[in-house]
Design a protein around this ligand. Structure first.
Ligand code: NAP
Length: 495
């Protein structure tokens, strides 16, 4: 008999509803393939109701003073902090990252909601002098209206909150379409705002396939901005679809992030960073280290240290605190990563790993060995995003060659350089084509108070988090107040 699982509906206008006859889908624990819960596969009609609710709720939410909106966000952050352990376990159970990272995902959400709550007492505009007498000029930030937030599965509580908290504090209302793989975590995201007393309709959740729910959201003229994080392929479709109605589309897409080790790098420190960057979250972070570019003078030494460390790198049950790496997130992920490993076997030298793990608990889930290839620059595995525990190692003869190789990919999200040479470090900050550069630290480790995003095919120029998050969800209104009591003409009254 099939196991029964908890069933969830859609969160629309402050109510959980299960449309009659709706199709359903189930999420799975990637470590065990056990079903987690069942969700509504939303239809265009469901999207229509959710957008209507968000659209209707907008005027009252917009007119709620921003510090009051901040109080609700702060309550949501506190609620999530109380439930961090429980929600962290849902993250680990539903997408497979190890429990320390599952809780880290939730902590990032808490940090960001708190940060945005404080933004309710800032939301700065500018005051600028006028060229005319008795005239006052300023800018104010205004919300856009109802917005759509479409999110991936790899940070199932942090990324939705990066979008939702920023959209809410600035006075927008939201329809949230989470990744189908992590719908249970999305329920937890919504619940904290429900518990915090967010008014009905201000946040709505529609689960279901990207091609159905996402498309209906993008096509709805009442949706003023689409904030999308995911892969390049889907991102391009979303961008093109949004362009038809000249919709603002914010894209945060993939990465192929390099770590450069110069000849004076502190090797144990660098290897620590590479292991965390390449195999944390089973390599499924947009900022994951997927290329290790090593100066030839230390190449053999670094690889020997990497091997030594990987000989004791426990892969297994992600809920066990001793585990370093859990499963990959789904059968689809496993298939795609194993395909890339096959490509790598043909075009590069497999140094270690490369197999699906089998036997015991491995047979129940989607486990792949941490995999290291030595490769020339230009191979597919060294240029395409794999989004799994696969590291390409490249040997270079100089700083200049290292930067050339690092930059010669379509993406530009994160990058890192290990050196003790302060001049080279500053040169790299200038030379590396990426939205983020770390010096003597791995490619991962974003902090919420700083902008996050990339260049080239990683996005279309926007940034999330930090004060930049406010840009994404507001329009700037420029205001002129003339108290001269006569007609003054800019550019004409120049005498
Ligand atoms: P994905 O397949 O592109 O899906 C992302 C989201 O878009 C999901 O909610 C998905 O729904 C939805 N979607 C898929 N096709 C769509 C379409 N045609 N129209 C509208 N929505 C659509 O990406 P993923 O596999 O979840 O995440 C992995 C990718 O995200 C990687 O490339 C990674 O680098 C990137 N990422 C980037 C950042 C960043 O900030 N730059 C952060 C994290 C992840 P379904 O789940 O229902 O398919």
């Amino acid at each position: 008999m099939a196991a029964t699982v908890e069933e969830f509906g859609l969160w629309i206008n402050g109510r959980w509803e299960s449309p009659e006859g709706a199709k359903r889908f189930t999420t799975l624990n990637p470590a065990t393939r056990e079903p987690i819960a069942s969700f509504v596969s939303g239809s265009p009609k469901d999207v229509e109701r959710a957008v209507t609710a968000a659209h209707r709720a907008f005027p009252a939410w917009r007119d709620t003073p921003a510090p009051k909106r901040g109080e609700i966000l702060l309550r949501a952050a506190r609620r999530l902090a109380e439930r961090k352990e429980e929600v962290g376990r849902w993250v680990t159970r539903e997408m497979g990252k190890v429990i320390a990272e599952g809780k880290g995902d939730v902590q990032e959400a808490i940090d960001f909601i708190e940060y945005m709550a404080g933004e309710g007492r800032r939301l700065f505009g500018e005051t600028v002098p006028s060229e005319l007498k008795s005239k006052f000029c300023l800018t104010v930030r205004q919300p856009k209206g109802a917005v759509a937030c479409i999110t991936p599965w790899n940070f199932p509580t942090a990324i939705p909150n990066w979008k939702i908290a920023a959209a809410l504090i600035t006075g927008n209302t939201v329809v949230f379409k989470p990744a189908s793989n992590t719908a249970r975590c999305a329920v937890e995201v919504v619940r904290i705002y429900e518990d915090a007393g967010l008014p009905p309709g201000v946040l709505n959740l529609v689960t279901g396939p990207g091609g159905v729910v996402g498309n209906a959201l993008i096509d709805d003229p009442r949706i003023r901005t689409v904030s999308f994080t995911g892969g390049v392929e889907a991102g391009r479709e979303v961008y093109l679809r949004g362009a038809r109605s000249l919709k603002m589309v914010h894209l945060e897409l993939g990465g192929k992030n390099p770590v450069i080790l110069l000849e004076d790098a502190a090797i144990p420190l660098a290897v620590d960073g590479v292991l965390f960057g390449a195999f944390g979250t089973s390599g499924q972070r947009c900022t994951a280290t997927s290329r290790l570019i090593i100066h030839e003078k230390i190449y053999d030494q670094v690889l020997a240290e990497l091997d030594r460390r990987l000989d004791h790198f426990p892969v297994g049950d992600p809920l066990d605190p001793a585990t370093a790496m859990g499963p990959v997130a789904s059968a689809d992920q496993e298939r795609k990563i194993l395909e890339y490993i096959e490509i790598g076997r043909k075009e590069a030298r497999l140094r270690r790993g490369g197999r699906k793990l089998t036997g015991g608990l491995y047979d129940r889930g989607f486990f792949i060995e941490p995999t290291v290839f030595e490769t020339a620059h230009g191979t597919r595995i060294s240029k395409e995003e794999i989004f799994g525990p696969v590291l390409s190692v490249l040997k270079v003869g100089s700083y200049e060659e290292a930067v050339r190789v690092a930059n010669d990919v379509d993406y530009g999200l994160s990058s890192a350089l290990y050196t003790r040479d302060v001049n080279k470090a500053f040169r790299a900050i200038q030379d590396l084509e990426a939205g983020i550069t770390y010096i003597n630290a791995p490619t991962i480790g974003a902090e919420v108070q700083l902008p996050f995003g990339g260049i080239k095919q990683t996005g279309n120029g926007g940034r999330e988090a930090g004060s930049a998050a406010i840009e994404e969800f507001t329009e700037i209104k420029t205001v002129f107040v003339d108290f001269s009591e006569r007609l003054q003409k800019a550019q004409i009254d120049v005498e």
